[in-house]
Design a protein around this ligand. Sequence first.
Ligand code: UTP
Length: 311
Amino acid sequence: MNDAAVLRPGKLPEFLPVAKAVIPAAGLGTRFLPATKVQPKEMLPIIDTPTIQFVVQEVVDAGITDILIITGKGKRSIEDHFDRSWELEEALAKNGHADLLQQMRDISNMANIHYIRQKEFVGLGDAIYYSKQHVAGEPFAVLLGDTIVDTPGVTATRQLMDFYQVWRCPVIAVEEVPRDKVSRYGVIQGKQIDDRTYIVEDLIEKPTPEEAPSTLAIGGRYVLTPSIFEFIERTPKGKGGEIQITDALRMLCKQERLYAYRFDGKRHDIGNRLDYMKSSVEFAIRRKDIGEEFREFILELAETLRKEASS
Ligand code: UTP
């Protein structure tokens, strides 16, 4: 072989930015029965807006317009929500509700949304695996369809995308949670490299407070690379008999660099009754139309409760 041929540089792998998002929304929503018996939990509204609409908005605000939603049995209303509703539009136009009509049209024009159905409810890892063909070798963002992340500025997804742009490795959003709440989440063990960034060394799905290696919980947002699919293929059923994405990431972090990024913002887990109520109150207080009156109501209620407690 001649030396010139040996020394010629190879083609550097092309860096692809994150241009696709996957929203798993097929889960059973057992924690929210009976409301989720026939209605997807991702359609539970915060005041008047379905949870999944906040999630799609987060993707759009991050600059992504190609979205794959993983749906399943009983999730048709998600597709209907992002579709045009001709009868409704006609009625709104006829009755002079121009603002509402525009709002309804905007929802159906938010993004280019694709759907695929998860055939068995065997976990988040399995749900994400359904996106393999759609992401077609590109890095992609994952946003849980039942989780709203409220950020003061840049969306959580955009924060992860910006991180990925620099570090070019998969990254998961994490947030600090009280130790007595860790058993609700996947928790990381990591080596801190700056104020917000950790190299992930291990992950545990829903640990007990004693087992938890930290109080940094996975926050329902990820930027992943296609190598995740190989790890999901090798992931056996774990906690709850489900194929857990946390278990697949656990394998991945032993062989590849995986980062955790403590995002700026707050996670609202809508699939959990208490968080759902707290989030609804927080959002209602901040609403321009009803916020002021609602805040007064909450203050009156708090006063009454205080009096009751002290009597
Ligand atoms: P959860 O972990 O909250 O699971 O899902 P779940 O099964 O929906 O809820 P419970 O525990 O029965 O109440 C987090 C996100 O992942 C999706 C859910 O729809 C939710 O948006 N998911 C979960 C799937 O798409 N498929 C699954 O098999 C599990």
